[in-house]
Design a protein around this ligand. Sequence first.
Ligand SMILES: *Cc1c(COP(=O)(O)O)cnc(C)c1O
Length: 430
Amino acid sequence: MTNLLTQTIDTTNRPDHDGNFGAYGGSYVPEALQRVMDEVAAAYEEAAADPSFKEELYDLHKHYTGRPSPVFHAKNLSRILGGAQIYLKREDLNHTGAHKINHCLGEVLLAKRMGKKKVIAETGAGQHGVALATAAALMGLECDIYMGEVDVMKEAPNVARMKILGAKVVVVKSGTRTLKDAVDEAFKAYLADPITQIYCIGSVVGPHPFPAMVRDFQSVVGVEARGQMIEMTGRLPDNVVACVGGGSNAMGIFSGFLDDASVNLYGVEPAGLGLDTNQHAASITKGKPGILHGFKTLLIQDDAGNPLPVYSIASGLDYPGVGPQHCQLHDIKRVSYMTATDREAVEAFYALSRLEGIIPALESSHAVAYAVKLAPQLPSDATILVNLSGRGDKDIDFVMDNYPLVEYEPKIDSPSAYEDFLSHIQQKKR
Ligand SMILES: *Cc1c(COP(=O)(O)O)cnc(C)c1O
């Protein structure tokens, strides 16, 4: 118990004092905001070292979120692919349906500890907004959520959830009216009043200390999964796969395995309509060093260094930058960054739904899509652990409207079963 408690917040692999992860990260904000960031950093350092803070967070994980989330052996999917065994870390089963509640509970606990009255944040798919509104409702804080107008229209059920939970949804109508613009507006609001409110960022991005802090809060995923895989299979997984938007679910699960040289780590970026189009959000694969939202990152940018509009079928992945620790892990080649297209994600979405009875979020479907590619190249005793970051209830209408499945029964043991299955997914638009 004591052991698990201390491990609930894993604070190893720290950035340097200024928050640099190698050539990335740091803090590039106006002086007034820098003072506030220093305050947050100091408060977090103190909290992370306080056993009562960890105990409170652990208690919420266990009794509120439902942790530990299970690991599930996806035998049917593994069999139809005819290669490695695929395991799923079921973050989709958390209260609110995704991994984001892990860091929201930590951030709101910290906000309370710092005496803040209100938490503010951006949201893309609405998952971070819902998770933060949930934590704020639980702990009695006000909550303002900034959301691009495009996402507000696409993610109506999550908008309703936030409102029901008592949050104010601020509709952002600037720029492309998606995630990046929502972050811009939320930062502006934070600068206007950094005393009574605190920014609870939705991923391992932003100025120091957010990337390290959010990563620490998500590390519970990797710590749990490492123990669960050893318990289920008698050894570490050979491969760990996670989708990368800002990179929090990936950093969470990778944290458990960074020091295990035998474990291959794969981050999967959204290739959208293709890497050779400008309709993707593969920041590591296609980006160049640049500064966005107060930190140095690999950025999809124009020649003048301005972020370019990005796109993914998964609203939670369409961000032009990425967490600085991912950039470092890419530089030192500890993690391989791959991509999956919209189409591949939808195929994986259906595969998991039909073969395992699990409807994954379109974000998580990108990770499943890469596991689907990797598995057939490996022997049947190899293992792939996929972080199933969230559930797909929010995506079902969109998928049914755009990629309806022609009725058919999968013939799981025929040699071309998987290809046959894929050929039954139609594509209406785009
Ligand atoms: C937000 C979200 C993501 C992307 O965010 P990361 O910080 O990259 O993890 C992935 N999956 C789900 C289900 C999400 O809601």
